[in-house]
Every structure is written in C-alpha cells, then in structure tokens.
Ligand binder design. Structure first.
Ligand code: HEC
Ligand code: HEC
Ligand code: HEC
Ligand code: HEC
Length: 361
C-alpha cells in the first residue's frame, strides 16, 4: 500500500490504517465480480446475479455420463422371455439388458447387479431394492409421460436424482427436533431452527410436509382491499416464504427469476418459469404421495428418517442447484425406454383354417 505524503503530523499513519481497514473490509466481498443478467422488463429489477466461480463449480458438478450405445429394437419382448417383468415388458431383450446396465451405473455402480438381484435368481423379488426400483421405474415413466408441462422433452432418468448413489443426496424427511420445544417455544411453528432447507432463514424449517405432500394453499396475498376476504395469516405467509427460499436455493436463482417483486402474486407480471414451477410443485406432490411414500412397505429401518418416514422428493432432488437439472442436458433422449411404453404389436390377422367356409359378410 502506498503511503500518502501529507504534511500534517500523525495523519499519514491514520490514512494508512484507514486504507488497510478498507482493504480488509473489501476482502470480504465476492470475487470475481458477480455477473448480472436482465431477465425481465427494464426497470422491474428482474435480474439474476451469478458468481462466475459458482457457475464454474456448478458446471463441473453437472457433467453428464456417456450414454450406453443404442441397440437394435429387434427380437422377442422381455415380457415374453423373462418370468417376472411387470413394467418393462414392452422392451426387446437387448433394450431391457441395456436399461439394466444403465440402472446399475446410475444407482449402484459399486454393488452392481447384485444390489437388486439375489444371486443368480434374477426373477426373485427377495431384495427390497428391486421392489423399490420397480416403483421407481413406474415413477420415471410417469414423470416423462404425464409431467411434460414441467420436464418438457428433456425428461428425467434415474441419474437425474441418484447421480451414482443408492439414495439421492437431496431428500427430506420429517425432523422430530422441530416438535421438541415446550412452553412458549412450543408455538414457534418450526421457526428459528437453523435449517439448510430454507437457506438458514428464520422461517418454518419444514415447508415440505405442508406443501409437497399435503395440498395446502400456497397463495397468501389478499386479492381484495383489507379488511375483506383474506383468511390467511402471517404464519401461513411464513410457510409460503419457507417454501420459496427452498425453491430459490434448489434452482440457484433469485426470487426475481419468477417474480416481479412489486407484486409477488401477479401472474401477468411473472416470468414463464413461474408457470413451470407451479407445475413442478404439483408434480413433486404427486411423486411423493403416489410413488415414494408407498415404498415404506419395503424399506429397512436404516433407510427411514429420524421420525420414521420415507426420505422424499423436493425441488433439490432433481435440480441440485441448477435452474434446469444437469443444466438442461437430456439423458432421457438416449433412453426413450423410460418414457411411454411401446404399444403392443398388432395382433396377427387370423388365418382362416384350410377348408373353412368364407365368413358371411
Ligand atoms: C437398481 C436395481 C437393479 C439393478 C442394479 C439391476 N436390476 Fe435387473 N431388475 C430390476 C427390476 C426392478 C426388475 C423387474 C423389472 C420389471 O418388473 O419390469 C429387474 C429384472 C431383471 C431381469 C428379468 C428377470 C426375470 O426373469 O424376471 C433380468 C434378466 C435382469 N433384471 C438382469 C439384470 C442384470 C444383468 C443387471 C446388472 C447389469 C441388473 N439386472 C441390475 C432391478 C435392477
Ligand atoms: C425424482 C427423483 C428420483 C428418480 C427419477 C428416481 N429415484 Fe430412486 N429414489 C428417490 C428417492 C427420493 C429415494 C428414497 C426413498 C425411497 O427409498 O423410496 C429413492 C430410492 C431408491 C432406491 C432404494 C435405495 C436404498 O438402498 O434404499 C432404489 C433402489 C432406487 N431409488 C432406484 C431407482 C431407479 C432404478 C430409478 C430409475 C428407474 C430411480 N430410482 C429414479 C428418487 C428418485
Ligand atoms: C422458480 C420460480 C419461483 C421462485 C424462484 C420463487 N417463487 Fe414465489 N412463487 C412461485 C409460484 C409457482 C407460486 C405460486 C404457487 C401456487 O400457487 O401453487 C409462488 C408464490 C409466491 C407467493 C404467494 C403469492 C400469492 O399469490 O399469495 C409469495 C409471497 C412468493 N412466491 C414469494 C417468493 C419469494 C420471497 C421468493 C424468493 C425467496 C420466491 N417467491 C421465489 C414461484 C417462484
Ligand atoms: C423429477 C425431477 C424434477 C423435480 C423434482 C423438479 N424439477 Fe424442475 N425441472 C426438471 C426438468 C427436467 C426441467 C427442464 C425442463 C426443460 O428443459 O425446459 C425442469 C425445469 C424447471 C424450471 C424451468 C427453468 C428454466 O430455466 O426454464 C423451473 C422454474 C423448475 N424446474 C422449478 C422446479 C421447482 C420449483 C421444483 C420443486 C417444486 C422442481 N422444479 C422440481 C425436473 C424436475
């Protein structure tokens, strides 16, 4: 640091100290400079702020594994050849084998086929992971075929959530500590429990049970001038904000990615991404209620959360910090077997038996 040459006695020292203090303060600022991108109309403050360093890290964490080479869809169907195929029966045997290999790489790369199959008896359902996987196959096909308003053509595979892990890294289950408070604190409605789920904000730490399993109203802003019409209170608003913190954090975006903050409620001033998010909320609820929670029937106790419930899906399960999972790369395009089942081949024309009379028409 350069010393200022000022003639007043004592000042140079003070200036040096002031400069050093300023430099120290600035060292706490983010470097390199964040990049700001305008995503809405000028003047609405709808911008995304990104740190180039974080963007680089995100890109590194979202490398997509290479797909297995495609196989000829020829030959007999898995449903005809194997003994206990309930979901993927429409695939040909080579297609079925390729999906088994991919699933192994996506979910159990270390344990291999044996993670789901007991010994050589491949048709046996003795291993719980196989039964869970069958539900997961149904769920993945369901996402890719019925939740197009959210996942578009990009779709998902097991890898979107699992990333080479037996259980996805980002799941949620109930936290029994939230119910422990007594006395006045018992009315804290889950607040002031530092939780990463709500980005450590002082908001209810479990917005998930309320909105991502149960179907409670998220909208809290009144549509009529006070004192009319709005039955929701501050506590409801806090839950909504808790969910919104989770959404922003899971996607690595600001509130302004979806909202014009002059009116959080107004849809006509929101970005199209808010509509995608609207469907996302409904999709997650559907997945949890109809697919993930029912796997409780098979899961061993060590797979359940501290309150004994199944680890469930939230926005972070797929998104993992990116506005589009895997930064928008579609692995599903290479695995259409995880989409709509192929319609069964048309039944062969009945061949009239020799000598049979021509049908009367
Ligand atoms: C993550 C779990 C999982 C892994 C790993 C896995 N499988 Fe499977 N496998 C399943 C499920 C689930 C089914 C039943 C599919 C259905 O009902 O449509 C199945 C069924 C099969 C069947 C049909 C058996 C029959 O007669 O019913 C074969 C063959 C098979 N798998 C081979 C393999 C091979 C080979 C590997 C390793 C490369 C493998 N699987 C790895 C879950 C798995
Ligand atoms: C939307 C996210 C998502 C997708 C897609 C997904 N899973 Fe899962 N998976 C989960 C969650 C959440 C759990 C933990 C809850 C449970 O076990 O039911 C889980 C658990 C599992 C388990 C149990 C692991 C254990 O050891 O307890 C297996 C096996 C599994 N998944 C296989 C698959 C397969 C195979 C696919 C692709 C056909 C798949 N999953 C796709 C979210 C997903
Ligand atoms: C990825 C898009 C997205 C992001 C990011 C987002 N929201 Fe939302 N927000 C929504 C959707 C969708 C709804 C409506 C949910 C519904 O009706 O089911 C909503 C609803 C709301 C509401 C209730 C509006 C009403 O009608 O009462 C408030 C308040 C809100 N968000 C605040 C925030 C805040 C604060 C943030 C940042 C911490 C944020 N949102 C980030 C998508 C988003
Ligand atoms: C099953 C996996 C999965 C889950 C869970 C999921 N998403 Fe998505 N989401 C996707 C996929 C795949 C896309 C990419 C679609 C595309 O290519 O346009 C996407 C895209 C989006 C987008 C559009 C981003 C953009 O830049 O256009 C928003 C917003 C979004 N998701 C919000 C959410 C919210 C909010 C939740 C939780 C309530 C959620 N998602 C849960 C898979 C998921």
């Amino acid at each position: 640091m350069k010393r200022l040459n000022v003639n007043l006695p004592g000042l140079p020292v003070r200036v040096t100290v002031a400069c050093a203090a300023a430099a120290l303060l600035l060292a706490g600022c983010e470097l390199p400079r964040p990049e700001v991108e305008q995503v809405g109309y000028r003047g609405t403050g709808m911008v995304q702020v990104d740190n180039p360093r974080a963007v680089k890290k995100l890109a590194a964490a979202n490398q997509v594994p290479e797909s297995l080479p495609r196989v000829e869809p020829a030959g007999p169907l898995a449903g005809e050849i194997y003994q206990n195929v309930q979901v993927l029966g429409d695939l040909t045997v080579p297609e079925f084998t390729r999906v088994m290999q991919a699933m192994t790489a996506w979910v159990s790369p270390e344990q291999g086929c044996q993670y789901c199959h007991a010994g050589a008896e491949l048709s046996s359902d003795a291993v719980y992971a196989k039964k869970v996987s069958r539900t997961m196959l149904r769920m993945t096909r369901h996402i890719n075929t019925t939740w197009e308003p959210h996942v578009r053509g990009t779709g998902v595979t097991c890898y979107t959530c699992h990333r080479g892990q037996n259980v996805p890294v980002n799941t949620w289950s109930q936290d029994p500590r939230l119910d422990k408070a007594r006395g006045l604190a018992a009315r804290d409605t889950g607040q002031n429990h530092p939780a990463s789920a709500v980005a450590y904000a002082s908001l209810p730490a479990d917005p998930f049970s309320t909105f991502l399993v149960a179907d409670n109203a998220i909208r809290v802003v009144g549509t009529k001038a006070l004192p009319h019409g709005n039955a929701t209170g501050t506590k409801d608003a806090e839950k909504t904000y808790g969910l919104m913190m989770h959404i922003s954090q899971s996607l690595g975006v600001n509130c302004t990615f979806c909202h014009n903050t002059r009116s959080m409620a107004a849809w006509d001033q929101s970005s199209p991404q808010r509509t995608t998010a609207f469907y996302g909320i409904r999709m997650v609820r559907d997945l949890n209620v109809n697919y993930v929670v029912p796997t409780a029937e098979w899961l061993p106790a060590n797979r359940l959360g501290p309150a004994g419930d199944v680890p469930k899906v939230n926005c972070a399960t797929c998104h993992q910090g990116a506005n589009k999972p895997l930064l928008g790369v579609s692995m599903y395009q290479d695995y259409p077997e995880l989409g709509a089942p192929r319609p069964p081949p048309p039944a062969p024309e009945p061949v009239p038996a020799e000598g049979a009379e021509a049908p009367i028409t």
